[in-house]
Structures are given as structure tokens and as C-alpha cells.
Design a protein around this ligand. Structure first.
Ligand code: UFG
Length: 326
């Protein structure tokens, strides 16, 4: 059985959906529902039934019961706080949830002899790029607490492999966007901080002004560059990672991105074209903790995981817009 922590959230639910639809593996989702949604669990259960446990990684009893009650052999760990700017203002929340939560989970895995994990890492582990596209060997100097928690967790995973033979695949996501192409689940954060859903929300409501953060970066139009990877493509990368773990039983890390960088202004223009709406914009100063440019070199994932992103940026924005309208 596969344990999915954070499976009621945006990314975790899309990976759960793919496993439910395309495999016969049993899954159990563990989520404290702080950011995840019970409605997402219900939608997933209508696809194929599975176990859901409401619980918190910071609660040892919740974890012990989880590992006692279910016959878990591998873990996909999504449960974490994810907002870069919030992590700068409230690092305590990030170190408690992301780092303490991960350590508790890993220790419980060891207690119950579970030795395989796919870990949600992030491009934020690299910090300000020394070169782009960024490969996996790029220096890791995260500039915000969010990135630091993920980097520290990766270091712990290395130590746990050396000492206890716990094998991990760390997937370093670039900017994940879009939603299920059948429009059953999607992205719903409260508050929403991500670029594409925020632009689309402004497109859908003429009173809602889109806040653009920073036009003085040294990029082609002054706004930040990011690599937007489709959430369904990301789900495929997790399936490949699970397969790699079970076949090779080796730890490794992979960038998951498209190798294409888009500026905030380019994303804005593409959203305008797709929605055919006028969108009100307010130019603001830079947001705390934002690196100038993050674009993935994805050759390693292509070569070793046999993974390749298939969706275009337009596909991604269209599914995000369909979900928002629903
Ligand atoms: N932006 C705006 N206005 C908004 C939202 C975002 O101008 O309303 C800008 C940001 O300043 C940034 C870019 O759009 O320049 C992308 O911002 P997002 O919030 O969409 O994404 P981030 O790059 O900050 O972070 C995301 C994930 C992190 C992950 C990171 C890795 O949220 O978990 O990608 O690249 F670590």
C-alpha cells in the first residue's frame, strides 16, 4: 500500500488521481485538511475507493496509528506549507510543519521498516541561479525558509540512506500549474498566492485587480522568469519515480520542469489571450524571497526516469481556467 501524505491538497490529489485511475495499487491518504479539502477526497473516492485518515505529521499518535493500521510499503510525501513569502515572514511555521513533520514521518517509516519514499522537493532549493537552465548539480543556497526546509529534508534523506538504507527519490518541482483535464479536481488555495490562478481570478472578475510583483528584475521585460510545469505531467513523473524506486532501489534527485522559462508579463498576456478578457493590473514592488529566474534543465529526468513533459503552457492555462469557472 502507498501512503500519500498531503493527498487532499493540490498536487497530492492529482498524483492520487493518477494512481487510482491507472494502477491497481492500494492507497491511503493522510492529511490534516488545513490546506487540503474533504471535497477533493470525496471526488477521488468516486473514482476508486481508498482509505483516508485525517491526521497531522506533528502528532506522534496519529502517525503511529497510521503505520499500525495500514500495510504501507512506500510513501509519497507532499504534506507541507508552500508559500515562499509566508516562509520569510513566519519561518517557525515552516520549520515546524515541513521539517519536524518530515523527520517524524521518516522516523516512523524506520520504526515500521518502510524504506521507500518519493519526496516533494522544489526549485527553491537552488536559490538565486548561478546559471540557467538549472541542473541538479547547481549549488544549493536557498534564499527563503521554504526552500531551506526542503533542502534540509533532502540532506536528512541522504543521511538516512547512508545509515539506514532508506531510499528516496527527490523531485524538485519548478512552478506547477493547471489541473485535471477532465475538470474533476484543481487548485484551490486560501489565500491563493500563485501566479496563474491569480491572473485567471482577475480575468473572471473585473473588480479583482491582479497584483504584479516586481518589474525591475534583470530579465527580458523586467518581471520574474519561471518554468511552468503541468500538474498532470508532474503526476506522471511520480509514477516513474515509484517505478524507479521499486526496480532499482536507489536514491536520486530530479528536476521536474519543462526547460522553458516565461516571464510574469508573458504569462499575463497568454492568460488574456485564452480568457479573451481585459484584466486590471497593479504594479507592486518585488515580493520577498522571489528569485529572478528559475528554469529547469530536465535532461536527467528525461534520461533516467524516461519522463517527458507533454502539455503546452496553453493547455495548462486552459485547464486552470476551466477549473476556476467550475
Ligand atoms: N506573482 C505575481 N502576482 C501574483 C502571484 C505571483 O506577480 O499574484 C509573481 C511572483 O512574484 C513570482 C511569479 O509570479 O515572480 C511566480 O510566483 P508564484 O507564487 O506563482 O510561484 P513561486 O515561484 O513563488 O513559487 C512556486 C511554488 C513554490 C516553489 C516554487 C519553485 O509556490 O512552492 O514555485 O519555483 F518552491
Amino acid at each position: 500500500m502507498i501512503l500519500i501524505t498531503g493527498g487532499a491538497g493540490y498536487i497530492g490529489s492529482h498524483i492520487a488521481l493518477k494512481l487510482l485511475e491507472e494502477s491497481d495499487r492500494k492507497i491511503v491518504i493522510f492529511d490534516n485538511l488545513e490546506n487540503g479539502h474533504m471535497s477533493t477526497i470525496k471526488t477521488l473516492q468516486s473514482v476508486r475507493d481508498f482509505d483516508f485518515v485525517k491526521g497531522d505529521l506533528k502528532n506522534q499518535d496519529d502517525l503511529e496509528n497510521l503505520f499500525r493500521n495500514f500495510d504501507i510499503d512506500s510513501v509519497i510525501h507532499f504534506a507541507a506549507c508552500i508559500c515562499v513569502e509566508e516562509s520569510v515572514q513566519n519561518p517557525r511555521k515552516y520549520y515546524s510543519n515541513n521539517l519536524v513533520g518530515t523527520i517524524n514521518l521518516l522516523n516512523k517509516m524506520l520504526d515500521h521498516d518502510v524504506k521507500k519514499i518519493v519526496f516533494s522537493s522544489t526549485a527553491a532549493v537552488y536559490g538565486e541561479p548561478k546559471y540557467v537552465p538549472i541542473d541538479e548539480n547547481h549549488p544549493k543556497q536557498p534564499i527563503n525558509a521554504y526552500g531551506k526546509t526542503k533542502f534540509m529534508a533532502e540532506e536528512i534523506l541522504d543521511d538516512y540512506d547512508r545509515a539506514y538504507n532508506l531510499k528516496s527519490i527527490r523531485l524538485r518541482y519548478f512552478n506547477v500549474a493547471g489541473s485535471d483535464s477532465k475538470n474533476r479536481i484543481g487548485e484551490s488555495h486560501d489565500p491563493e498566492t500563485h501566479l496563474i490562478p491569480n491572473i485567471l481570478a482577475s480575468a473572471a472578475d473585473s473588480e479583482n485587480v491582479f497584483n504584479l510583483f516586481g518589474t525591475d528584475y534583470a530579465t527580458r521585460d523586467g518581471t520574474c522568469i519561471r518554468d511552468y510545469v503541468n500538474v498532470e505531467d508532474l503526476a506522471s513523473a511520480h509514477i516513474s519515480a515509484l517505478q524507479y524506486l521499486s526496480e532499482k532501489n536507489q536514491s536520486d534527485c530530479f528536476n521536474i520542469g519543462t526547460k522553458n522559462g516565461n516571464t510574469v508579463k508573458e504569462i499575463f498576456e497568454t492568460c488574456k489571450k485564452i480568457t479573451e478578457k481585459e484584466i486590471k493590473v497593479k504594479i507592486n514592488p518585488r515580493r520577498g524571497g522571489d528569485p529572478e529566474s528559475l528554469v529547469a534543465n530536465n535532461e536527467k529526468a528525461k534520461k533516467i526516469l524516461n519522463w517527458c513533459p507533454k502539455k503546452t503552457l496553453e493547455d495548462t492555462i486552459k485547464t486552470a481556467y476551466a477549473w476556476l469557472k467550475k
